[in-house]
Design a protein around this ligand. Structure first.
Ligand code: SF4
Length: 580
């Protein structure tokens, strides 16, 4: 019987392995592959008496996700923001050599479960009555290992069998799972995405208001009230469906076919007014805060690794309140950029792989029909992703509009790729890929910030890689103030003092800018402030001050705008009013 080349290679390999083992006296043991530990299923019937734990984002995102999960019929509970004690637990129970978001997030779950135990629950009760849901990926960085890390730490901490449910961040709108207690369907993802987007725009507005509030604490008080309004909307919103006129229309279209329900939900997300109307109420609440835009503050753009730039606790040394205390205006990064990045990368990957998959092999040249069919298939894939991009951008812009266009626009992924690719190959995946480099150039060159602060976790492979490239970037763009800070569980004082030093430079840049603008306009800050006091619309946090080319700071931009109004004699409401 003849054997194939492959079989021959395997046979030779086996013989050689045996020979070497005998020679070196190594015992041949049967190979056992790792298998995912068996867990109890989370079934639909368990849903009423099971608590769904989640975490890892900002407080606003988590509050809205709470509402969204409640609206979908779950009993949700957000984990507290991870602190140093959680980090220590992550180190104690997890593997060595992980990146520090792993320690913080894994330790945070263990800490929460230990807290339940201290309150008197038995471990078995905790395992039976709680599940944890989180996003997962298959790498290429350590993010792909999070699920395994959770399981390992839980087992080491004595919570063997605790259920960790995973949805794939790139898995699309329907991820039918083995745990039907958690339905990862279009309803889940649309509610989740809406909660993320609203959390993003509100975070953005909050960071633009707080440094300028006339009455200390008024922004946070108004935001808390706004969050409760939105939470209730999420908790009570009836998720679409095909009863809507748009849904019925889509269902009737043959081309939409089996996609009718998902497409209908998209349409609902496109035309539904529930969230937008709720934001109009939120806008009224925020307008009760009065702000003074003549305060001169450097704008610090936050970039870096996804988790480190998002968390609001010890995971980044509580960097955002620290910066505000030091007199800066913080420009945070929305989760929306990450969602658009994933779509962008998926499109690029589809184009790159066209014709490479076995079932897509290029037909013979004379089979024009087959070639056209293959081309159509490839185009259809990307058309669906382009549609998702358009829907997402439109939704985002509707939310911005409802808040007077005060939240920033989504950064154009194609522009980021164009800027970043020459320095950092946009096909190099893992972490933020080319985004760290591209955002540094983008925000500095478009007059959007005085300084870029990149928060990079200790042990993060992609961040270490982009750090090497950033030195070339800084060399090329001499005016840039860029500071990378490595965040580990410890070292807060050192990190804060490094930030203070770079911030000193940014403050000088902001002061030089305001002096230049005051000289150009012939105004004084007192004069501009008095004019704003006489025109209360100008103290409205949702009053849109147009951007002036070459001007970065809020105070400098405001002086330019007020100078224009004073010269023309136009009333302040002549500028774009909130909600327009
Ligand atoms: S991007 Fe860095 S910090 Fe984040 S999961 Fe990957 S390796 Fe860890």
């Amino acid at each position: 019987m003849s054997i194939t080349t492959e079989e021959l290679i395997q046979q030779r390999l086996e013989e050689e392995r045996r020979r070497l083992a005998e020679e070196l006296g190594v015992e041949q043991v049967e190979r056992k592959h790792h298998e995912r530990p068996k867990e109890h299923r989370f079934t639909a019937s368990q849903r009423p008496h099971t608590t769904v734990l989640y975490g890892g984002l900002t407080l606003k995102h988590e509050r809205l996700i709470h509402g969204a999960l409640k609206g979908l019929g779950y009993n949700p509970e957000a984990l507290a923001c991870p602190d140093v004690a959680a980090f220590q637990l992550g180190k104690e129970y997890g593997n060595n050599g992980q990146c520090n978001p792993t320690y913080f997030t894994v330790g945070n779950l263990v800490q929460h479960l230990q807290g339940l135990e201290k309150q008197g629950m038995s471990r078995q009760e905790i395992v039976d009555k709680y599940v944890f849901v989180t996003a997962g990926a298959c790498g290429p960085c350590r993010f792909g290992m999070y699920e395994a890390e959770y399981r390992l730490a839980l087992r080491n901490a004595g919570f063997d069998g605790f259920r960790v449910l995973l949805f794939q961040q790139s898995g699309g709108l329907n991820q039918a799972g083995e745990a039907d207690g958690m339905e990862l369907n279009a309803d889940f993802f649309l509610a989740f995405i809406n909660a993320l987007n609203m959390g993003d725009v509100l975070n953005d507005v909050g960071y633009q208001m707080r440094p300028f509030e006339i009455e200390p604490g008024s922004t946070d008080a108004a935001m808390d009230q706004a969050m409760e309004t939105l939470h209730d909307v999420f908790a009570t919103k009836r998720n679409h469906l095909l009863e809507s006129r748009m849904g019925a229309f889509l269902k009737a279209l043959p081309a939409v076919g089996g996609m009718a329900e998902t497409a209908g939900k998209f349409a609902d997300a496109l035309v539904g007014r529930d969230y937008i109307d709720a934001l109009a109420d939120v806008a009224d609440t925020l307008r009760t805060v009065r702000i003074d835009r003549t305060r001169v503050k450097p704008i610090v753009k936050i970039t870096g690794e996804f988790w480190a730039q998002t968390t609001e606790g010890d995971g980044n040394y509580k960097m955002f309140p620290f910066l505000e205390r030091e007199g800066a205006q913080v420009l945070v990064e929305p989760v929306g950029t990450w969602i658009m990045y994933m779509i962008h990368q998926a499109k690029q990957g589809n184009r790159d792989r066209q014709g490479v998959n076995a079932d897509e092999a290029m037909p013979a040249a004379w089979r024009v029909d087959k070639r056209m069919a293959a081309e159509l298939k490839a185009r259809r894939k990307n058309a669906a992703l382009s549609f998702a991009e358009a829907v997402f951008t439109r939704e985002w812009n509707r939310l911005r509009e409802a808040l007077g266009n005060i939240p920033h626009e989504l950064t154009d992924q194609y522009e980021l790729q164009r800027i970043g690719h020459p320095m950092y190959n946009s096909r190099a995946g893992g972490g933020e890929g080319h985004l760290e480099v591209a955002k540094n150039i983008y925000y500095s060159n478009k007059d959007l910030c005085h300084m870029v602060l990149s928060l990079k976790p200790f042990g993060c492979m992609p961040s270490t890689q982009s750090d090497g490239v950033q030195s070339a970037v800084v060399n090329q763009y001499k005016d840039m103030i860029y500071l990378p800070v490595e965040t580990s569980g410890e070292g807060e004082i050192n990190a804060h003092s490094r930030v203070q030093m770079a911030l000193g430079e940014a403050k000088v840049k902001a002061r030089d800018e305001i002096e230049r603008v005051l000289a150009e306009t012939g105004r004084t800050l007192d004069e501009v402030r008095e004019y704003a006091e006489a025109h209360p619309q100008l103290q409205d946090p949702l009053y849109k001050v147009p951007h002036t080319k070459g001007v970065i700071g809020t105070a400098a931009t405001f002086v330019k705008h007020v100078d224009g109004l004073m010269r023309s004699g136009a009333h302040a409401t002549a500028a774009v009013p909130a909600g327009a």
